[in-house]
Design a protein around this ligand. Structure first.
Ligand SMILES: CC(C)(COP(=O)(O)OP(=O)(O)OC[C@H]1O[C@@H](n2cnc3c(N)ncnc32)[C@H](O)[C@@H]1OP(=O)(O)O)[C@@H](O)C(=O)NCCC(=O)NCCS
Length: 184
């Protein structure tokens, strides 16, 4: 069987997910790591920002796929992307991702990126981001995902903070939409 046939077969036999049954933050938490090589360099010899952005999108998508148990999630928005410090060739870059907020079909993943000098052991926080994914059904339309249910007080605080931020962002979106309508 060629790899494409195997992939299609795997998705066809995907288990039915009970979207009423919640998942905790811990359920889908995930970290990916990679050694930065010459191919990752920008013109200054540091790691190219686009390399970090791609790693973040890939790593955060894993969390959305795990939470929703749906292989078809699309990136709807990168809400923030703050580069705090450069990463260097030879560093090991780790992308720590966890689910922060879940709507009906959308999922917000919080991301912290660290770079480690593996010789000295120095670890630096180099970037942060929030990425929003939407799960799609077989018809390629948004489809419901399981709710995010806190496992403990710490998770509850994270979800509550994210909920407040989402409400704030929705308000900003509405204002931007109204301003555009007035302009048009
Ligand atoms: C993301 C996408 C599926 C949304 O489709 P849509 O028909 O506008 O969906 P809806 O208006 O029904 O919204 C569905 C959910 O997505 C959220 N959403 C849609 N666009 C969003 C955006 N730009 N930012 C944040 N959330 C968004 C909605 O708030 C809603 O969330 P909820 O169900 O949790 O309440 C569609 O815009 C799309 O396919 N975009 C391209 C995605 C893509 O190609 N990504 C890059 C490669 S993976």
């Amino acid at each position: 069987m060629n790899p494409f046939e195997r992939m299609v077969k795997r998705y066809q036999t995907h288990p039915k997910v009970d979207v009423t049954q919640g998942r905790s933050i811990a359920f889908s938490r995930s970290t990916t790591r990679r050694l930065m090589e010459l191919i990752d360099a920008n013109a200054h010899g540091n790691v190219h920002g686009g390399v970090i952005m791609r790693m973040v999108d890939e790593a955060a998508a894993i969390v959305a796929i795990k939470h929703s148990q749906n292989p078809t999630v699309v990136t709807a928005r990168v809400e923030r992307f703050d580069f705090l410090a450069p990463a260097f060739i030879g560093d090991v870059v780790s992308v720590h991702c966890e689910m922060r907020y879940v709507g009906r079909t959308s999922m917000e993943v919080g991301v912290e990126v660290m770079a480690e000098d593996v010789i000295t052991g120095e670890v630096r926080h180099i970037a942060s981001s929030y990425v929003i994914y939407v799960a799609l059904g077989a018809n390629r339309k948004p489809t419901p995902v399981p709710p995010l249910v806190p496992a403990d007080d710490e998770e509850n605080a994270i979800i509550e903070q994210a909920r407040i931020r989402r409400i704030r962002m929705q308000k900003i979106d509405e204002e931007a939409k109204q301003a555009k309508e007035i302009k048009d």
